[in-house]
Design a protein around this ligand. Structure first.
Ligand SMILES: *[C@@H]1O[C@H](CO)[C@@H](O)[C@H](O)[C@H]1NC(C)=O
Ligand SMILES: *[C@@H]1O[C@H](CO)[C@@H](O)[C@H](O)[C@H]1NC(C)=O
Ligand SMILES: *[C@@H]1O[C@H](CO)[C@@H](O)[C@H](O)[C@H]1NC(C)=O
Ligand SMILES: *[C@@H]1O[C@H](CO)[C@@H](O)[C@H](O)[C@H]1NC(C)=O
Length: 496
């Protein structure tokens, strides 16, 4: 499958005869990883490019979606990995709409409170619990919702409003990434991209320090904020401020997901982007052979690519680069997700009845507590529910036997879920070799979500096209006019 002469030929043609491009062989783009990041790169390349591209996508597993995956228990499908989307995750919303997928009804925060109760467990007792509404009466449910708001307000006071303000200001900065293409530069480094929106400083300090400066009480940080960072990132409030703020945003109202599974966003984008998809193809080496990259797989295949995009975290995969590349050192946080169908044991929590256990049990930071959270996903009846447990270590059978009085189904998943966030964050480069080897997951050191992966993928697609057109010295021939609206970008344009 080698094609170095062809690749050379294309580059010559690119340089000499940009106008003939449409009639020549297309440029080979190879993407490694079929999660939302890789799927977004493919989607936006198709969307923005005016030259013929042949896109290959390699996925080491048998299914697309990466860290978006579902499990099925008793005929019901649940998100096993990336689960929730924010109402202002506009790329995910647009993907969902344009792929004609339906969304699981966003719950208004009140409705959420109506449906479920919440408590914080400190290893010995519940620090507080909200009231569970058993009533079918709308009026009673409303009253209980207000009572619950009052319970939370009584404990944390005006600090709650300061927390909301902090989250809103972070979300508003993030919205800059949806600005029009004329006013939004192509970014060649993560630092530049985060500085442009005003989010960079948050990656240099801990969430705890940021929130303390924002005037939050230490009680709120130690309890509610800790519960949220443990649920969303499996980490404490020592994590960096940007990922922490993103985590808090993922605890508000209006959260949604794709009905039937978020992974359908990746599947749909790949399906519609005319991608040559290679499932069960594990890339083990990427070699720069002058004008092109040679990708070898563990299955013994070789692929020649003009452009290569790594869209999977490099922290735990053993891809051999020649020549070697430098990436910022980073560890991934493993989150063990355990699904259990059965019923919790009230004695574990020192309670007399299982119905006194909140639907969502959050926990504070204490190494003796063996899980981060337990939540009810579905209630079939009082004694038959499906639960999801997050923990930092595998849930052993003996522990599960203590925690549950009955257990009919148990599913264990070990996710290399997201980076461990240690401020100040160090970022890998988007362009790993100053040629055409790109790294979409460099952005994940800022924050890791489905939407941030899409935002990074969009920038990578534009970066590829703008760097290719820079090589031909005729940017307009490759980039659709719409990207620049016919205007040449001045100082704002930060590519090469
Ligand atoms: C989402 O789609 C709408 C309607 O097509 C469009 O106006 C908007 O710019 C899109 N948003 C993003 C972030 O692409
Ligand atoms: C970020 O921090 C630097 C140095 O501490 C400061 O000069 C700058 O104004 C800060 N930027 C923002 C957006 O807060
Ligand atoms: C791919 O798209 C076509 C329509 O363009 C649709 O019929 C088909 O079901 C899709 N396949 C998948 C796997 O989404
Ligand atoms: C990749 O495969 C080709 C063809 O089998 C082989 O010649 C080359 O040495 C391999 N490269 C690496 C880095 O293993």
């Amino acid at each position: 499958m080698k094609k170095s002469p062809a690749a050379r030929c294309i580059f010559l043609l690119l340089i000499l005869q940009p106008l003939l491009l449409v009639s020549v062989q297309s440029l080979d783009v190879c993407i490694i990883g079929s999660g939302i990041g890789g799927a977004s790169v493919a989607h936006f390349l198709r969307h923005y490019s005016t030259i013929p591209l042949s896109i290959k996508l390699f996925e080491r597993n048998a299914v697309v979606g990466g860290r978006m995956a579902t499990v099925t228990i008793a005929g019901d499908t649940f998100e096993a990995g990336a689960s929730i989307l924010h109402p202002k995750n506009y790329y995910a919303l647009n993907f969902t709409n344009s792929l004609q997928l339906s969304i699981n009804q966003p719950s208004s925060s009140q409705d959420d409170d109506l449906a479920s109760s919440f408590g914080i467990w400190d290893g010995h007792k519940f620090l507080f619990k909200t009231i569970k509404s058993g009533s079918k009466s709308w009026i009673m449910q409303r009253i209980i919702a207000y009572a619950n708001t009052a319970i939370v307000f009584f404990r944390y006071g005006f600090s709650l409003l300061r927390m909301d303000a902090f989250v809103e200001s972070t979300v508003n900065k993030f919205l800059k990434y949806y600005e029009s293409l004329e006013s939004r530069p192509v970014f060649s480094t993560v630092e530049e991209m985060l500085q442009w929106s005003g989010l960079y400083n948050l990656t240099a300090r801990s969430l705890e320090d940021e929130l303390t400066d924002a005037g939050l009480s230490s009680l709120l940080i130690r309890e509610l904020v800790t519960v949220i960072t443990r649920i969303n990132y499996g980490q404490s409030v020592k994590m960096s401020g940007l990922a922490g703020a993103v985590s808090l945003a993922g605890s508000g109202g209006g959260l949604w997901s794709v009905a039937g599974g978020n992974k359908q966003m990746a599947a749909g984008l790949i399906n519609r982007s005319d991608v040559d998809l290679h499932l069960l193809e594990n890339i083990k080496s990427i070699s720069n052979l002058g004008n092109y990259y040679e990708l070898n797989s563990t299955g013994g295949n070789s692929y020649a690519c003009d452009v290569t995009v790594v869209a999977t975290p490099l922290d735990e995969v053993a891809i051999e680069f020649s020549p070697p590349v430098v990436v910022a050192e980073r560890k991934l946080q493993h989150t063990y997700t355990t699904f259990v169908r059965g019923i919790l044991n009230p004695a574990f929590f020192g309670l007399s009845s299982a119905s006194d256990i909140p639907d969502l049990v959050g926990t504070v930071e204490d190494p003796n507590i063996p899980f981060s959270s337990i939540s009810v996903l579905k209630e079939y009846d009082d004694r038959d529910k499906t639960f999801k447990i997050f923990s930092r270590a595998p849930m052993q059978d003996a522990l599960l036997d203590d925690l549950f009085s009955e257990r009919t189904d148990t599913i264990h998943i070990d996710w290399a879920a997201y980076p461990q966030y240690h401020p100040p964050e160090k970022f890998s480069k988007f362009v790993l070799d100053d040629k055409h080897l790109y790294y979409a997951n460099a952005f994940e050191s800022g924050a890791s979500t489905m939407e941030t992966s899409a935002v990074s993928g969009e920038n990578i697609a534009r970066l590829i096209l703008s760097r290719l057109s820079g090589e031909t010295m005729d940017r307009e021939s490759i980039l659709k006019n719409s990207i620049y609206d016919g205007k040449v970008q001045g100082s704002k344009h930060s590519d090469l």
